[in-house]
Design a protein around this ligand. Structure first.
Ligand code: HAM
Length: 426
């Protein structure tokens, strides 16, 4: 029979790698808590319209990357390709625009895009994200960028770069669209770009075709930076000033548009040189008009999301694959049924004291237990059989020194917590 494997573009996460995931998740949660962002968990699938209207019909995500299907009642549903539109949907659905217009939420979870899989690019991947809704000021853009930068710093990444652009407001965007569209009609871009030249010319800046990309780099290519209105320019300058004040280095990339249509003004990406082609470890921006596409106008917002697989790849490189394990402090070795009962009880009590243990009920012979404990690099072994149970004392053996002493559970707990002077065994 043919072997069933995980679907293309998905992967199992297990073993030592999970330690890195836990570290990342912990850092995100702690930073979110300390910046007063509450958690939101939205459904894995939403009505397709939510993404089609908010991300933009012309984007690669909507045109070719969504996992869309009909449910049994014929409704079109889509596995979420990103988290911002669902968060805004939830904000409006729960009436926050009326009751608590200013809200800060963070999230973590799987996203789905039908992309060509390669290292760091998956069909099911995970994001953590932060959204500040109801805030218009450039200070909120700076807060979002600072806290994402802080997370990367806490994880030990020192060589990331931050690229920023402004995509303008609807007015300057419109002026720029006209200039760009005229320019594109005079050049030789790919058929998709030519189609987009009238409908959504900004998307041309996101084209992956190498000949198109080359043409974006010529000196007379018109950029949105040249078309910014005074209000957008001031917003950008204020943001730059705030980032300088917190010593976050950045460069302006006038070609940065991002793959989603909902951005206005600030757009940014955090990049690394360590992951090859998939160089964006996170990105975000301001989306003051996203709510309009969901039927409620005038709700500003700014946010950021990071690809967790890419962050974990960076962590792996940094740790050079030598992840410090959460090694059990004690190996519990039962010699018979009486020992199993006693050590199961002991395991529960040790766990109440947060002492990690490894329990092995497969082996009964002391030799096998010792071998396994050595292989697992566990220094202390707690042995129990009928004799030890009758005497109400375990045998505690230090594998480094070879010393073995009888010991009650209270002493074992103290020893493992390092709260005893008893150097007989430790
Ligand atoms: P995005 O740039 O599409 O933005 O995705 C954010 C990050 O998710 C990327 O920088 C990348 O690290 C990761 N990512 C994207 N696609 C994949 C993939 N196929 N495999 C692995 N990682 C991937 C958004 O999703 C916006 N919702 C961000 C945002 C939040 N804007 C405002 N608030």
């Amino acid at each position: 029979m043919e072997k069933i494997q995980a679907p293309k573009g998905t992967r199992d996460i297990f073993g030592l790698e999970t330690i890195l995931w836990h570290r990342l998740e912990k850092t995100v949660r702690e930073t979110a808590r300390d910046f007063y962002f509450g958690e939101i968990r939205t459904p894995i699938f939403e009505y397709t319209d939510l993404f089609a209207r908010s991300i933009g019909e012309e984007t690669d995500i909507v045109q070719k990357e969504m996992y869309t299907f009909l449910d049994r009642a014929g409704r079109s549903l889509t596995l979420r390709p990103e988290g911002t539109a669902p968060v805004m949907r939830a904000y409006i659905e729960h009436g926050y625009h009326v009751s608590h217009p200013r809200l800060k939420w963070y999230y973590m979870g799987p996203m789905f895009r039908y992309e060509k899989p390669q290292a760091g690019r998956m069909r099911q991947f995970h994001q953590f994200g932060f959204e500040s809704i109801g805030f218009l000021s450039p200070g909120s853009d700076a807060e979002i960028i600072s806290l994402s930068w802080l997370i990367y710093q806490k994880l030990g990444f020192r060589r990331l770069t931050l690229e920023i652009n402004s995509l303008g407001c609807p007015e300057c965007k419109e002026t720029y669209h006209r200039t760009l569209s005229d320019y594109l009609h005079r050049q030789h871009f790919c058929p998709t770009c030519r189609m987009r030249a009238d409908r959504n010319p900004l998307r041309v800046l996101d084209c992956k075709d190498p000949t198109c990309r080359e043409q974006l780099l010529v000196p007379d290519f018109p950029t949105i930076q040249q078309a910014l209105c005074p209000v957008c320019r001031n917003h950008q300058e204020a943001l730059f000033g705030l980032l300088e004040a917190v010593a976050i280095p950045f460069t302006v990339n006038p070609l940065l548009v991002r793959g989603l249509d909902y951005y206005l003004r600030t757009a940014f990406e955090i990049k690394t040189k360590a992951l090859g082609a998939q160089d964006a470890v996170g990105g975000g921006g301001r989306y003051d008009n996203l709510s309009n596409s969901l039927g409620i106008s005038g709700i500003p917002g700014v946010g950021f999301a990071a690809g967790m697989e890419r962050v974990v790849l960076l962590l792996e490189q940094q740790e050079q694959a030598s992840v410090p394990g959460n090694n059990p402090r004690l190996y519990l070795a039962p010699l018979d049924l009486a020992g199993e009962k006693a050590l199961l009880n002991a395991a529960m009590e040790l766990n109440r004291h947060s002492i990690p243990v490894y329990l092995d009920f497969a082996d009964k012979g002391i030799k096998q237990h010792l071998k396994r404990a050595q292989k697992m690099n566990i220094g202390l072994i707690l042995i129990a059989g009928e004799l030890e149970v009758r005497n109400r004392r375990y045998a505690l053996k230090n594998l480094m020194t070879g010393k073995q002493v009888p010991c009650d559970l209270a002493t074992v707990i103290k020893l493992c917590q390092g709260a005893t002077e008893d150097d007989e065994i430790t």
